[in-house]
Design a binder for this molecule. Structure first.
Ligand code: CIR
Length: 256
């Protein structure tokens, strides 16, 4: 069974953390409607959507990806780089404990799930403003038990590693090469975003399809030309909060 853990959009979303974008008014009603379309897209691809408890006072709580890394063997509860986001992990730990045994990133380590890209047994970790060396080292120690290799990847110009690169098919990554160097992913095939869509590298792979923002049509066409099935979703309001499609769920295999 594929589980996708999501969380409702907080009414306080407009007070979200921002790093690279200017604060633009967010239509929270539209954000909520878009998020429901996103959950419907997850269901259409066979995922069982499990909503974590709502966190109305935590503006960024919809971006559940940052609170944990879920592997087949274990769930690692992160310690987000933005202090305002650390309380989000408490209820997420409770939800994930129903499926996996838990480990935790401890102070002074920080790690955002958005900085973690797993491809097979390799875990790439972005060197961002949210993830520090200690957090990365703790992750490396935890996952060594199951034989994962951790590789640090410099990024520049974006919030998280997965703002710059995501997996879109078995051996294929979608990349913005201005924000991360393709050479960091030596043996994997690479396709690039359309130059007019720098924020277009964030796609959520579910099986042989990807959930993808409809406001990046040129990159969507590139994906389709590469043979990737694309399920488009509206997500302009969450994008104003620097969130993408991977950010809004934690997707993993679990026992039914
Ligand atoms: C933040 O700055 O933390 C939120 N406004 C956006 C987080 C997006 N998460 C992600 O890319 N994994």
């Amino acid at each position: 069974m594929i589980v996708a853990v999501t969380r409702a959009v907080s009414p306080s979303l407009a007070a979200c953390e921002l790093t690279h974008l200017p604060r633009d008014p967010i239509d929270v009603t539209k954000a909520i409607a878009d998020h429901e379309r996103y959950e419907a897209a997850l269901r259409s691809l066979g995922a069982r959507v499990v909503r974590a408890p709502q966190e109305p006072t935590l503006p960024d709580a919809v971006f559940v990806e940052d609170t944990a890394l879920v592997l087949d063997e274990v769930a690692i509860i992160t310690r987000p780089g933005a202090a305002s986001r650390r309380p989000e992990t408490k209820s997420m730990a409770t939800v994930l404990s129903a499926y996996k045994s838990l480990r935790r990133i401890k102070p002074p380590g920080t790690l955002d799930g958005g900085d973690v890209l797993r491809v097979g047994r390799t875990i790439y970790v972005g060197l961002s403003s949210r993830t520090n060396k200690d957090g990365r080292a703790q992750l490396e120690t935890i996952v060594r038990e199951w034989g994962y290799e951790v590789i640090a990847v410099p990024i520049d110009g974006c919030l998280h590693l997965k703002s710059a690169v995501t997996q879109v098919a078995d051996n294929l990554l979608l990349i913005n090469a201005q924000w991360v160097r393709p050479e960091c992913f030596a043996s994997i095939d690479i396709m690039t975003v359309a130059p007019s869509e720098p924020a277009g590298a964030n796609a959520l792979q579910i099986g042989t399809a990807v959930i993808y923002p409809q406001h990046h049509p040129e990159t969507a066409e590139r994906l389709e030309r590469a043979g990737v099935r694309v399920v488009l979703v509206p997500c302009t309001e969450l994008a104003k909060a620097e969130g993408g499609v991977t950010c809004c769920s934690l997707v993993f295999e679990a026992e039914p």
